[in-house]
Design a protein around this ligand. Structure first.
Ligand code: GDP
Ligand code: MN
Length: 385
């Protein structure tokens, strides 16, 4: 789960990581009021669940009082397009009104889990700011990687390696050390999958300040992260994915034309491959899970049919824990409720498959049944031909 920059900065403050003074605002009036406690320049920052806002026009520095309201009106409600939002952009519903800081250097700093080494990796670079992707691609040697054993935590040598690599001024050494320790503790305590500060600023006064903040929490840990759940902003989520999460379905919206309903993530991946091999593109990833109920199957099909790009649906089920007859009942219910508007190919195998096929055959619905995966792929190819 992603949180907004201002929420991440609230957490930063709790863990002793210095951030500029600032306040979130939902309206122009709130923004102007929030700026009254600050000195010029004031930074007006769009709050969306995507980076690259600066380049997209979502971060503006107001050097005069009247510019605060001007930029607020400009950014609030705008459709912000960045390299991370995709061409459709994101509508800005919230702002962060923040004290401008006197930037001397912009560093990059992040913490992520590293599966390959089963450790936590801290990545840092003197080349922070808005072009970090380019630094990583063209000059990867400028990114310091520091591996932390999660059983031992941060050691003094980690701090020295990072501080020297980033050329932290002597005056800021102590606060840099406590910043790193605070961020690491936050990362572990809140079950984060990412914390990122870009830029981590060294000010002209040689102080360290997190000018930006990005924080993702592992959704599987949300049951024990009640304060993080309170930060959820559903207006930032894909509407179909949001609906799917209400029904406990693992659904990811993609931009292809063949919807698919599959049980099991591995089978879902394989199914997406055969769709691709047939010359079509999957419109979604959807795993109804091992123990899906017929109601969930019904929700899954109606969800897929809501996607206007869908030209056909491939249902690929291996009846194990989810029995074929239970599944078939769900499909029949869904088809009757939603009305099938596109060709549907069903490939079903496993427990109670005979009973499942009988239910589908007797339903009077025009479903195409596939003998096996190769046959299913051919039938999909015919739909998109
Ligand atoms: P992002 O583009 O979404 O990553 O948003 P950032 O918060 O990182 O802002 C983009 C850029 O704006 C930063 O790289 C800085 O160069 C600049 N910036 C952000 N905050 C301040 C500030 O307080 N003072 C100044 N002078 N520049 C800022
Ligand atoms: Mn940034």
């Amino acid at each position: 789960m992603k949180v907004h920059e201002y929420q991440a900065k609230e957490l930063f403050t709790q863990y002793g990581i210095p951030v500029p003074a600032g306040k979130a605002a939902f309206t122009v009036e709130e923004a102007v009021e929030a700026a009254q406690d600050l000195n010029l320049p004031v930074v007006v920052k769009a709050q969306i669940h995507a980076g690259g806002r600066g380049k997209g026009g979502g971060v503006k520095l107001a050097y005069q009082k009247k510019e605060i309201e001007q930029y607020t009106r400009q950014i609030l409600g705008m459709n912000l397009v960045t390299h991370q939002t995709g061409p459709e952009g994101k509508k800005v519903g919230r702002l962060l009104i923040e004290q401008g800081i006197n930037i001397d250097r912009e560093l990059y700093f992040s913490i992520v889990p590293d599966r390959a080494s089963a450790s936590v990796v801290i990545m840092a670079s003197t080349e922070g700011g808005m072009d970090i992707e380019e630094v990583a691609a063209k000059t990867p040697e400028k990114i310091i990687k520091c591996f932390v054993n999660p059983l031992l935590g941060i050691q003094k040598y980690h701090l020295r390696e990072l501080a020297f690599g980033l050329k932290i001024p002597n005056k800021a050494m102590k606060s840099f050390g406590s910043m790193v320790e605070g961020l690491y503790t936050l990362f572990m305590k809140k079950d984060c999958s990412l914390v990122e500060i870009n830029p981590l600023v060294i000010t002209a006064e040689e102080e360290i300040v997190a000018a930006d903040a990005k924080l993702d929490v592992d959704s599987n840990a949300l049951f024990r992260q009640k304060d993080i759940i309170a930060y959820r902003d559903t207006s930032e989520e894909d509407p179909l994915e949001l609906k799917a999460s209400e029904y406990d379905l693992n659904y990811i919206n993609l931009d292809g034309n063949i919807g698919n309903i599959v049980n099991g993530a591995g089978l879902a991946m394989a199914t997406m491959d055969i769709i691709q091999a047939a010359g079509a593109k999957p419109a979604n990833f959807l795993d109804v899970g091992g123990g899906a109920t017929s109601e969930q199957v019904e929700k899954a099909l109606s969800l897929i049919l809501e996607d206007e790009n869908v030209k056909g649906v491939l249902i690929n089920i291996f009846g194990g824990i989810l029995r074929c007859d239970v599944f078939a009942k769900g499909i029949v219910q869904a088809a009757k409720q939603a009305g099938i508007t596109v060709p549907v190919v069903v490939r079903m195998e496993g427990t109670n498959v005979e009973e499942g096929r009988r239910i589908l055959d007797e339903s009077g619905l025009s479903l195409q049944t596939a003998e096996d995966l190769a046959d299913a792929a051919q039938k999909i190819a015919a739909i998109v031909a």
